[in-house]
Design a protein around this ligand. Structure first.
Ligand SMILES: Nc1ccn([C@@H]2O[C@H](COP(=O)(O)OP(=O)(O)OP(=O)(O)O)[C@@H](O)[C@H]2O)c(=O)n1
Ligand SMILES: C[C@](O)(CO)[C@H](O)COP(=O)(O)O
Length: 240
C-alpha cells in the first residue's frame, strides 16, 4: 500500500526581513497571498493526501478563513508555529499521529514550487527515507573570515560540489521525528540551531543518506522586499 503523504506548510514566521506589518506569507502577489499560492500547489498535487499549516501566532483565524473561502479540502490542521523554523517543524511533527507516513516540509514562502518537484520527492521517498531539493550554485561561494577593516576571503569553496537547498524537504515520519527528538534533547542544539530540516537529520542521524532531487531556479524563497517583485514577475511569465 502507498504511504500517506502529508504536506507541511511552514508559515509560522513574521517576515522581519521583508519588513511589513503583516507576515510576508499573507502579502498578495499575482492576485493572491503567498500562502494561498503554496497551498494551491499542494492541494492540486495528486500525491498529497493531507496538508498541515503552521501559522504565525495571532493569524490562525486568518488561515481558517482562507481555507474556508478557498475550499482547500486537504487542510486538516492549522496550528500556531513556534519561535523558530525548527520549533515550527517540531510542532508539526507532534501533530501527526503514530502511523508511519511521508512528510514534505515546505517553506510557505516558496510559492513557485513546481508540481514536478512534489511528484519527484514523493517518488524518491519510495526508496529513500530522507530527500532534499537543491540546485547547483552559479555563483562562486567563499567562507568569510575577519580581516583588516572588515571581512576577507578565508577559503573559496569547490563550486562543482556546492548545491543550494530549497524545499520541500521530505522524510519518513519516523526518521524526521527521531532526528528532532535527539536535537531537542541536545542542550547544544538551541545555541547552534539548524537552518533547515535536512541539517537536523544530517547532524543527529548521520547514518541516513539524504537523497537529492533537482530543484528549480524559480522555486525562490521570498526573503527580502525585492523578492516580492521577482515572484510577481515569475508568476506573470508563467502565465504567458
Ligand atoms: N518561527 C518560524 C519561522 C519561520 N517559519 C517559516 O519558515 C519559512 C522560511 O523562513 P523565513 O524565510 O526565515 O521566514 P521568516 O522567519 O518569516 O523571515 P524573517 O527571518 O525575515 O523574519 C517561512 O515560510 C516561515 O514562515 C516558521 O514556520 N516558523
Ligand atoms: C530551509 C531553507 O529554505 C533552505 O534553503 C532555508 O534554510 C530557510 O532559511 P530561513 O532563514 O529560515 O529563511
Amino acid at each position: 500500500m502507498d504511504s500517506r503523504s502529508v504536506g507541511v506548510l511552514l508559515a509560522g514566521g513574521v517576515g522581519q526581513r521583508v519588513g511589513r506589518d503583516t507576515p510576508k506569507q499573507l502579502i498578495e502577489v499575482a492576485g493572491k497571498t503567498i500562502l494561498e499560492h503554496s497551498m494551491d500547489v499542494f492541494e492540486g498535487a495528486p500525491e498529497i493526501d493531507e496538508i498541515v499549516v503552521l501559522m504565525t501566532p495571532g493569524y490562525t483565524d486568518r488561515v481558517r478563513e482562507i481555507v474556508g473561502k478557498g475550499g482547500y479540502r486537504k487542510v486538516s490542521t492549522i496550528v500556531e508555529g513556534g519561535a523558530s523554523r525548527t520549533e515550527s517543524t517540531w510542532r508539526a511533527l507532534r501533530e501527526l499521529g503514530p502511523e508511519e507516513c511521508d512528510v514534505l516540509l515546505h517553506d510557505a514562502v516558496r510559492p513557485l514550487v513546481e508540481p514536478r518537484i512534489i511528484t519527484e520527492c514523493v517518488k524518491a521517498l519510495e526508496t529513500h527515507s530522507a530527500v532534499n531539493v537543491a540546485i547547483p550554485s552559479s555563483d562562486t561561494v567563499f567562507v568569510a573570515v575577519p580581516g583588516p577593516g572588515g571581512e576577507v576571503i578565508g577559503e573559496v569553496l569547490d563550486r562543482s560540489r556546492l548545491r543550494r537547498s530549497q524545499t520541500p524537504q521530505c522524510f519518513k515520519l519516523s526518521v524526521i521525528r527521531q532526528a528532532y527528538e535527539r536535537a531537542f534533547a541536545d542542550p547544544e542544539f538551541a545555541g547552534r540551531p539548524a537552518t533547515d530540516d535536512c541539517g537536523v537529520v544530517l547532524r543527529y542521524l548521520p547514518e541516513v543518506p539524504i537523497h537529492v532531487v533537482r530543484g528549480s531556479e524559480r522555486n525562490i524563497k521570498v526573503t527580502h522586499p525585492d523578492d516580492l517583485r521577482i515572484a510577481e514577475l515569475l508568476f506573470r511569465l508563467a502565465d504567458e
